[in-house]
Design a protein around this ligand. Structure first.
Ligand SMILES: [Zn+2]
Length: 418
């Protein structure tokens, strides 16, 4: 149920515990210097994104100075954070960082006017120190297959990119030509199913019952269906991680963190819907979208992002309102949409429920997850007939089968199969 998912948001007190520089709603004051951020509603630190709420207006929020670096992307202008000296400075970005698919592989190009690169090659990661300033993002989300994430550390006159390879990266070559560093990442040859990890996330649990209706609790149905989906996927050789496998409370952020740390490829959250209208019924599948982004804009991004598959390069958006959510949206929106379509389409083919469509919403659990992710609303617990069906073991088997099959179809397509 959407409302309940959104209500599990962080409280002001959780942010207040952190001390250091002063962060106001529209500016940061650090060592007497004032920096404003262009975004008036989002603040991020330590890898987490938090909304600034209206009720905090005028109140001081505190964050630790060394965790302010991510805030800089919200400040706009030329403020950067020197990770060595631990201080702000003004600088002009002069490094270009691009990545994207090229043919069968993946390519990263780093261009700096200085043309000076130092590369340390590791087994699962590549560290590149470049003379010059990047200053855009502190973290760039990869496609999940070749590159999981690129961490960016900014210094006074150099930038360090740490490229963490994804589960399908086989090997890589590094070459420099005319001042541009090229890293070509090749694909893992055998497409073995067991290398694919899927996170199944049964919504709610423990103290959080989720939606309740007709004598049923959402958390129980979610868990039951999720366990069935997990069993089916494991049978097919996939690695499956459940965010909970019994009736216990797990915070939304912990669910996302578990998924991100496991190096999973897909995230599927399972929920039941609720409505004041007792006749509302049917299945809905959601994928991530900024809650404040209009449907039209999202569709436009979707249309535009298809181009990168053909041409090869992905340039992260300019930091005009660049937040982690936007990055995720850029890089993962299309994949999440495809995953949603695959699951939803399969469920409808199996004539399971009334089609309420594939939709978009700013589910926070999806927002934090750095992989293609969807949220399935199996049906309405508030509809007497549907609730009864949802609690029925046989119907749950069919739902689970459809979801597992939808996931598998998506994976096969991603792997270039039929
Ligand atoms: Zn729910």
């Amino acid at each position: 149920m959407l409302a309940l998912v959104l209500s599990q948001w962080l409280t002001t007190s959780q942010i207040r515990r952190i001390t250091g520089a002063k962060v106001y709603e529209d500016k940061v004051i650090y060592r007497g210097k004032v920096a404003r951020y262009e975004y008036d509603d989002v603040v991020s630190y330590g890898g987490k994104v938090f909304p600034l709420q209206k009720r905090w207006k005028g109140k001081k929020l505190y964050v630790r100075a060394d965790q302010l670096a991510p805030l800089l992307i919200h400040m706009g202008g030329s403020w950067m954070w020197d990770a060595a000296a631990k201080r702000f400075f003004r600088g002009k970005p002069n490094i270009r960082f691009l990545m994207g698919k090229v043919g069968d592989g993946y390519r990263i190009t780093i261009t700096s006017k200085s043309g000076k690169y130092r590369v340390s090659e590791g087994e699962d990661s590549i560290a590149v120190v470049v003379r010059g300033l990047y200053g855009k993002f502190w973290r760039i989300v990869g496609d999940g297959n070749f590159v999981s994430v690129v961490k960016v550390i900014q210094y006074r006159d150099s930038t360090r990119f740490v490229i963490h390879l994804g589960a399908r990266a086989n090997g890589y070559t590094v070459a420099e030509r005319r001042g541009t560093l090229r890293i070509n990442i090749s694909k893992l040859q055998p497409k073995r199913a067991e290398r694919i990890t899927v996170v199944i996330d049964p919504g709610h649990g423990g103290k959080d019952a989720g939606a309740v209706g007709n004598g049923y609790r959402e958390k129980d149905i979610n868990l039951s269906v999720a366990l069935k989906v997990a069993a089916l996927l494991r049978e097919k050789g996939y690695r499956v991680i459940l965010t909970r496998s019994k009736d216990r409370y797990v915070s939304l952020y912990s669910r996302a963190r578990l998924a991100n740390r496991s190096g999973a490829h897909l995230f599927v959250s399972i929920h039941c819907n609720a409505s004041r209208d007792p006749n509302a019924s049917g299945m809905e599948t959601y994928f991530l979208s900024e809650s404040r982004t209009s449907q039209e804009r999202a569709v436009a991004i979707l249309e535009n992002s298809a181009i990168r598959y053909d041409i090869g390069f992905v340039e992260p958006k300019e930091p005009v309102g660049a937040i982690l959510g936007d990055l995720l949206q850029n890089l993962l929106l299309e994949q999440s949409y495809r995953l949603a379509m695959s699951i939803h389409g399969t469920a409808l083919e199996m004539a399971l429920a009334k089609d309420r469509g594939v939709k978009q919403a700013g589910f926070y659990v999806l927002k934090w997850v750095m992989m293609p992710s969807v949220l399935v609303e199996l049906g309405f617990i508030t509809n007497r007939r549907e609730a009864k069906k949802l609690a029925n073991g046989k119907y749950q088997d069919r739902l689970a089968k459809a979801i597992a099959l939808g996931i598998e179809k998506y994976i096969r397509k991603q792997q270039g199969g039929k």
